[in-house]
Design a protein around this ligand. Sequence first.
Ligand code: G16
Length: 534
Amino acid sequence: IELVSQKSKLHPKPEGLTLQYGTAGFRTHAKHLDHIMFRMGLLATLRSKKTKSTIGVMVTASHNPEEDNGVKLIDPMGEMVTAAWEGYATQLANAEQDSLLKELKDIIKKEDIDMSEPASVYVGKDTRPSSASLSQAVLDGVSSLGGKTHDYGLVTTPQLHYMVCCCNTHGCYGSPTVEGYYQKLSQAFLQLTQNALNRTDDQKRLLVDGANGIGALKMREMEPFLRSELQVVLSNDGSSGKLNHMCGADYVKVQQKAPQGMNMGVGERCCSFDGDADRIVYYYTDSKGCFHLLDGDKIATLISTYLKELLTQAGLNLQIAVVQTAYANGSSTRYLEDVMKVTVCCTKTGVKHLHHAAQEYDIGVYFEANGHGTVSSLLNNAILQRQSPGKRAVKLLESTINLINQTVGDAISDMLMIEAVLAIRGMSAQDWDAIYTDLPNRQLKVTVCADRRVIDTTDAERRAVSPEGLQDTIDTLVKKYKSARSFVRPSGTEDVVRVYAEADTQESADSLAHEVSLAVYRLAGGIGDEPKPL
Ligand code: G16
């Protein structure tokens, strides 16, 4: 512990700076983060000693602009750290320099941590220029508490989650190497696509927008493993453009348009990763040049329909549910509940919330509309072996489970899963899109001068409880439009308040989103110019 005192001086905290643990960890401009990284190295070491397992620390700000950075902490089974430890993270992050040791000792005492236990921390980083020195700060933090590190260098966030899970399951989940990850996923993908009818090269072609980030690098590495069963045409591969700038999953989802730098033919399947490759959205343009987005809700529908059918064919009576957030398009929820008859539940934003809700079911398909999600499943080989193992549906389920990265949303794994399902079912992007029609929607951001948490929400973020009068105003506005819904919430990754609106027409959705933004601007102390109509 004395070494911590010395080493922490090399990663000093700017006095008075306080940061909150957000939707997926700390995230802000990279220049404020050196001390945070060192301290998260300390915390991961304590967590490792406490759980007697390997813990992961990923340096990334995912969809945020290139200048930002952040940190995601990974628990033993590859999930996000628990709420109690998020609290400790905030405690350590905001301790002034001279009270760091005191706070550290406080956590050790509260958690009754045996400091003589060994510790092991896996570290990874994305391609941001600031990630190299920030991940070094994490490594310093771990070593100053005597922990062992394995630096994976440049990896996607879900790859690091996978490594942590492989390590702590002693290889049962797979081998904790990037090569092991490619092998496991590609084998499952190749097995699944053997069940597809003869596909032409055109059908095997997929345009991938790598967001100029780590996903592009890793896609290149993985390509040979896929043996031309998937023919990836990569754009925004990081060779020239800026990370997430006019490209990537968040840009495509929020702007509802194609990324720059992608040459899309009519009807061609295209997809975009985000900056750390834990999100994916699909899209295509039709013969009239109209852009069609296939977002996380459409992905959840495709995957849950496929799984439900396989379970029936395999004679397995397992409960399947879909977990969404308030951002889920109203049409998707209606389709899932009314047509597919699956249980749908709604949680707060943040995959950590969806992941836990999904674990309540035998099979939980969870996706945020922004394309962040995966499947959590109790299905394992032992269960499948009891169901006549030769059966086609059982074999398909087995490969499907191997293809899914069950630890967290994973753009590469989700992409392979979607490609396999479309291939097996002989579906085009248009067929998939036609399952249901999205309600037109709009997302906007409002910047407020005070702490954005002046907006407090309840009911899985669907209703605002403060500031006073805001929810009443939203209710009144929503009543003016048909099939309308709107909500506001403070972002946990950017310094903005997010506004979502949907309605029967794009004009109505745009107009409602604008009116609600104005209400936020007026009642929550907006800064800058008043929001303008779209
Ligand atoms: C993170 C979280 C997601 C969340 C997104 C936006 O994604 O992991 O669950 O939907 O932030 O959160 P917010 O609306 O609170 O800013 P990523 O891909 O940026 O890590």
